[in-house]
Design a protein around this ligand. Structure first.
Ligand SMILES: NC(=O)c1ccc[n+]([C@@H]2O[C@H](COP(=O)([O-])OP(=O)(O)OC[C@H]3O[C@@H](n4cnc5c(N)ncnc54)[C@H](OP(=O)(O)O)[C@@H]3O)[C@@H](O)[C@H]2O)c1
Length: 279
């Protein structure tokens, strides 16, 4: 039913760039669209071909062909590659718009503002919706976050379609473009920070005698459960922490060790450093 609804709104979607994020987003889209209507391009074509073969998607000859065939174009290359990609697709895109064909450009690139796309393409917001998104990699298993900024109220219908396409990606939130860098960095980088935390916790478990596989699974499940407690109870994380720390108990002993090593300040600074690096 959902697949049919998306299909009515958007016939084909193209992913330009099939790296970590392009693949994660394409997998999420495949849950609401016919996989054969998901078009892929990649600089190293063999990567797109291998991925398409496993998931029943379609590989385009090049980026121009993807733009001429798909209504929604997902730009999933690194920010430093974006200018080259935009210059490559510019004339094809303009020709599609001149024929009255609908196109929507969706970018996942960190930090680049929508003005950059309009200036490089030489088109105006009246001609082409450009929508900034910031997904994180757990979208590939339906547990991610897709942040989406609304630069122009006129694009709300396109954003609604985007939300339907990525309904199986996890959480979808619209935010002002001014918050995109900070919120996008927080949601985009946190999986890596959490992997580090889970790995370190499991090292502690191994040192205390838990077999490695079990230690990783227990640490990951405990972090997952704690995250669900924050989201589902609505309680402040500090309150939840207090609730598991018994007087003179084991947990408060571990909390003290984390505080002495500057854990809280390190996590705080990691986010700030990542935001600064993005700028
Ligand atoms: N990874 C994350 O967690 C994350 C989170 C949020 C946003 N993002 C954004 O997602 C974008 C991609 O990041 P990523 O981590 O997926 O990088 P990645 O793994 O390096 O993927 C980028 C892909 O783009 C391809 N590519 C480069 N130039 C191209 C061109 N001209 N035409 C077609 N494909 C081209 C590359 O092909 P090759 O195979 O030849 O290298 C590569 O497969 C970035 O803008 C990043 O800011 C990433």
């Amino acid at each position: 039913m959902k697949r049919q609804k998306v299909q009515e709104n958007m016939k084909k979607i193209a992913f330009i760039g099939c790296g970590n994020m392009g693949q994660a987003m394409a997998l999420a889209a495949a849950k609401t669209m016919n996989p054969s209507d998901i078009l892929l391009t990649n600089r190293t074509r063999a990567k797109a071909e291998a991925f398409a073969a496993v998931h029943g998607m379609t590989v385009c000859a090049d980026n121009k062909e993807a733009v001429s065939q798909a209504e929604m174009i997902m730009l999933c290359v690194k920010p430093q590659m974006m200018q080259g990609v935009l210059e490559e697709i510019r004339e094809t895109l303009k020709a599609c718009l001149a024929r009255g064909e609908r196109r929507v450009l969706v970018t996942v690139a960190a930090m680049l503002k929508t003005e950059f796309y309009y200036e490089t393409l030489g088109v105006s917001p009246d001609e082409l919706p450009v929508v900034r998104t910031m997904p994180n990699t757990p979208v590939s298993i339906g547990k991610g976050i897709v942040l989406c900024s609304v630069a122009d109220e006129r694009y709300l219908p396109e954003i609604e379609t985007l939300k339907e396409i990525f309904a199986a990606a996890g959480r979808f939130e619209t935010i002002p473009e001014s918050q995109m860098n900070a919120a996008g960095t927080l949601s985009g980088c946190t999986p890596a920070f959490a992997y580090l935390f889970i790995e370190a916790l499991s090292d502690g478990g191994v040192m205390a005698g838990v077999p490695r596989k079990q230690a990783i699974e227990l640490a990951a499940a405990a972090v997952q459960g704690a995250a669900a407690m924050v989201l589902e109870t609505g309680k402040h994380p500090g309150q939840l922490k207090d609730e598991v720390c018994s007087p003179a108990g084991t947990t408060i002993e571990g909390v003290k060790a984390l505080e002495e090593a500057g854990f809280r300040n390190t996590a705080f600074t990691a986010v700030i450093k990542a935001v600064e690096r993005g700028k």
